[in-house]
Design a protein around this ligand. Structure first.
Ligand SMILES: [Zn+2]
Ligand SMILES: [Zn+2]
Length: 143
């Protein structure tokens, strides 16, 4: 588990000033992968006391912009954040309850990840979301 010193090092490495809210948000997202803004706010408040929604939102934006956090926003869902960055992994999302989990990069040949026509773009990421029904929802009695 990374320590506060590790998170401070990550911030400095990304040329961001080390502040308590930034360290608290990094720690919260690391401990609660795929948390939404409100959950992160709750964890950060439990840690630091009073912090405004806007402050946490600004920190999330700065950390995402610096590449320390990744923002995931499946259509129809609120934005979630995770500290697992840089490996281009994918997500599986439950259509019913919105549960979300990590899926490692598609194995084998994945022709759909290679654009048939890149329109002249330099492509560095393919975002894949697998939609389905999570185990809890598929075993729940339908009402
Ligand atoms: Zn579900
Ligand atoms: Zn993830």
């Amino acid at each position: 588990m990374p320590t506060t010193a590790d998170f401070e090092r990550m911030l400095r490495g990304a040329k961001l000033r080390v502040t308590r809210p930034r360290v608290a948000v990094l720690t919260a997202v690391h401990d609660h992968p795929h948390a939404d803004t409100d959950s992160i706010l709750g964890v950060v408040r439990a840690d630091l006391g009073t912090v405004s929604h806007q402050a946490v939102y600004d920190v999330l934006r700065a950390l995402t912009g610096a590449g320390l956090l990744r923002r995931i926003e499946p259509p129809g869902s609120v934005a979630r954040y995770e500290a697992r960055v840089g490996d281009n992994h994918h997500h599986v999302v439950c259509r019913s309850c919105g549960a979300l989990d990590d899926v490692d990069c598609a194995v084998g040949t994945a022709p759909c990840l290679t654009a048939s026509d890149d329109h002249g773009f330099t492509i560095d990421e393919a975002e894949v979301i697998y939609w389905g029904t999570c185990p809890a929802c598929s075993t729940a009695p339908s009402s």
